[in-house]
Design a protein around this ligand. Structure first.
Ligand code: DP6
Length: 368
């Protein structure tokens, strides 16, 4: 019926202008972070990915957001008071206000709404874990809940999540994958006809049971601010000498990843996840100008994980985001073998000995 989700939500927005008078309300959501297995790196147009990506949604690393809102007819007035960990936070407030202004074309009632948003993360403030995926995921879910409360729309779960994913993407690309539990796919690929650049979709119905209980232990190597932000890194892909080759490679990797996830091929999965992580960092190294986010301790733990894997023959998989931290993925049945290795041989290379033990999660939860 519509050519794109953009057309669909702009069209539907015509009906989202006038709820009954003066409606106050509340909503609250917890949304997890996610770890990409096939990496999104580089953008085209506005918040569209240069390539498709696949991720696993986490369980413990979440943003908790509550929104008090008051809709008032009359002159347009969108206002926001934003509190992070119970304190006013002007930088986040400006970023979220700009975001709300932008998404009000899909949610016109926002232009008549006063919002008080309170948010905190369940993971340590400076653990080097990106919070944009969980926070924009949580905010987008809260906005869809407001729409549902005010207009009685989005009553079908699939419609609700689709719109939340679309809106989350506009705040932070990786956030669109976090609105689903388990495994998600974002970005157009011929290998999965329902895929789109405008929102993520769930892969859970095709995932082999071997992957349903994967753990992710995050080795916190460095908690300092990154020398180059992810936004700047994405921009450097625009004139990257290897961008075209990366897009060809990642389309092929995506196809393979879908096959491995469906067939339960853990060994091939492991090699591919690692290739994706190293390629992401290779893109950074070979950007113009190039930069390095890995630290000496990142390399040390990578070396030790590979040695442990060679010696033990266990599927201990490593990956990285755009930062110095190293994630170890492994099936839950190996907990008793891998945790002692991490505590005994890797913790000393982590800042303050910090390792965050997380695992695949069921997705966001509404608590208000
Ligand atoms: C390396 O989603 O943080 O984690 O869209 O600019 O907010 P923005 O970027 P962001 O990029 C994440 C990149 C990555 C890989 C991934 O999550 O797929």
């Amino acid at each position: 019926m519509f050519n794109s989700l953009e057309d669909k939500f702009i069209n539907q927005a015509r009906e989202l202008k006038r709820p009954p008078d003066h409606i106050p309300g509340k909503t609250g959501w917890e949304c997890p972070s996610n770890i990409a297995l096939v990496k999104y790196w580089g953008k085209k147009q506005f918040q569209q990915p240069l390539n498709p990506s696949v991720s696993m949604t986490l369980q413990q690393s979440r943003t908790v957001i509550s929104v008090d809102y008051l809709y008032q007819p009359g002159p347009e007035k969108l206002s926001l008071s934003y509190f992070f960990e119970d304190q006013p936070h002007s930088t986040f407030e400006d970023r979220y206000l700009q975001y709300l202004q932008h998404v009000s074309k899909y949610l016109p009632f926002l232009q008549h709404t006063e919002l008080i948003i309170k948010s905190h993360n369940t993971f340590p403030h400076s653990a080097g874990i990106a919070s944009s995926a969980s926070s924009f995921g949580a905010l987008a879910l809260a906005l869809c809940d407001m729409e549902r409360n005010l207009f009685g729309t989005l009553t079908e779960e699939s419609d609700f999540i689709e719109k939340a994913s679309f809106l989350a993407r506009l705040g932070s690309g990786s956030a669109c994958r976090s609105v689903y539990g388990g495994f998600s796919l974002w970005g157009k690929t011929d290998a999965f006809p329902a895929s789109t650049n405008e929102a993520a979709i769930s892969l859970n119905s095709v995932i082999h049971p071997a992957f349903r209980d994967y753990c992710d232990s995050i080795l916190v190597i460095d908690t300092g601010e990154k020398s180059v932000s992810s936004s700047a890194g994405h921009r450097l892909m625009e004139h990257h000498p290897f961008a075209a080759a990366r897009v060809i490679q990642v389309q092929a990797n995506l196809r393979k990843m879908l096959i491995f996830l469906q067939t339960g091929n853990e060994q091939a999965f492991s090699a591919l996840v690692e290739e994706e992580a190293f390629t992401l960092h290779a893109m950074m190294l070979t950007s113009r100008p190039g930069y390095v986010l890995l630290k000496p301790n990142s390399l040390e733990v990578i070396d030790r994980i590979r040695q442990f894997r060679n010696n033990s023959g266990l599927p201990v998989i490593l990956t990285m985001d755009a930062g110095a931290n190293v994630h170890i993925l492994y099936p839950a049945r190996l907990n008793n073998q891998i945790k002692p290795f991490m505590e005994g041989q890797l913790a000393e290379f982590c800042q303050g000995g910090k390792i965050i033990h997380d695992a695949i999660g069921m997705g966001p939860v509404k608590f208000l």
